[in-house]
Design a protein around this ligand. Structure first.
Ligand code: NAD
Length: 288
């Protein structure tokens, strides 16, 4: 068997186009575009690239893009004051504080200060709780994108064996909640899991969100499984450069999986597309 390679780029383009079309309708109805504002603290180069891409895609979807860049030396109180000002700004529908924050700033406190109705990253405890209890919520973008890819491949997920590797609040936990809500039978594996290979062998749906290159071996994978590789690991190449690779041994997995996402070009592009969709959703909800 050779896996079908899931084209996350194409799927994300289609989603961005449909969001842009709906934004045009929103503008016609309400006389203004949804607004997304990103807060970037410090000079982490990867974060700067993400923020630039988010700004570009926000504008391309017809929305208003705002950006606040603060130096790494900024105090937590100053960040909280900025979040409060953005909460109070009627023209802003979505607020995103780019992680990671410098160590002297308590990220949990900052995320909890965002108005849950503008929390387009879905990291606020209110949104996490709403997702966990089956209420409508702003759901984290990466697992939302993963779910779209999985459902497109498999259709109905009811009763499927799913394994999520990783239990972060950003990916693993919300991914497990989304799959549970679709009636999959979900196992969460993490750094203390015994016999990861045994769990992988049972999974019809495998989502790897760890950050360890090629942790999941091709021969572990259940034949025909849908493999979603969230990992984005920069590894050195023989020519002294570097490249991105996932948490799954892609070449080994290709021969056993039914579907697989490449890295790059799989999950990554879906994240920003889902962020745009969340911003539109927040804008609609705020206008009732
Ligand atoms: P994290 O570090 O917060 O969490 C990693 C999880 O992996 C933890 O829950 C830990 O228990 C688990 N883990 C660590 N070692 C393990 C092992 N040996 N076996 C099983 N589980 C183990 O990371 P995160 O924020 O959830 O991100 C995970 C990966 O996904 C990273 O590579 C990150 O860059 C990537 N990511 C990609 C996107 C995207 O848009 N494509 C978005 C977010 C994160």
């Amino acid at each position: 068997m050779t896996a079908i390679i899931i084209d996350g780029k194409a799927r994300a383009t289609a989603l961005r186009e449909s969001v842009a079309a709906e934004v045009a309708g929103f503008v016609a109805a309400h006389g203004r575009a949804p607004g997304l504002t990103v807060v970037l603290v410090g000079d982490d180069p990867a974060s700067a690239v993400y923020v630039r891409n988010k700004g570009r895609e926000t504008l391309a979807a017809g929305m208003v893009s705002g950006e606040h860049r603060l130096p790494a030396s900024v105090s937590e109180a100053e960040v909280l004051a900025l979040v409060a000002a953005l909460n109070a700004d009627e023209a802003i529908d979505g607020i995103l504080v780019q992680l990671p924050l410098p160590r002297h700033i308590d990220a949990d406190r900052v995320l909890a200060a965002i108005n849950p109705a503008k929390d387009v990253d879905g990291f606020h405890p209110v949104n996490a709780g709403r997702l966990a209890t089956g209420l409508d919520a702003l759901v984290p973008c990466t697992p939302t994108g993963c779910l779209l890819l999985i459902e497109e491949a498999l259709g109905n997920l009811s009763g499927k064996e799913a394994l999520v590797i990783g239990r972060s609040n950003i990916v693993g936990k919300p991914m497990a909640a989304l799959l549970t809500a679709r009636s999959a039978t979900v196992t969460i594996a993490h750094s203390r899991t015994v016999d990861l290979a045994g769990h992988v062998a049972r999974a019809e749906i495998l989502v790897a969100a760890v950050g360890v290159p090629h942790l999941v071996k091709g021969e572990w994978i259940r034949p025909g499984a849908c493999v979603i590789d969230v990992g984005m690991n920069r590894v050195a190449t023989a020519d002294g450069k570097s490249r991105l690779t996932g948490d799954v041994d892609y070449d080994g997995a290709l021969a056993r999986a039914g579907w697989i996402t490449p890295v790059p070009g799989g999950v990554g592009p879906m994240t920003i597309a889902c962020l745009l969709a969340n911003t539109l959703k927040a804008a609609r909800a705020r206008l009732g």
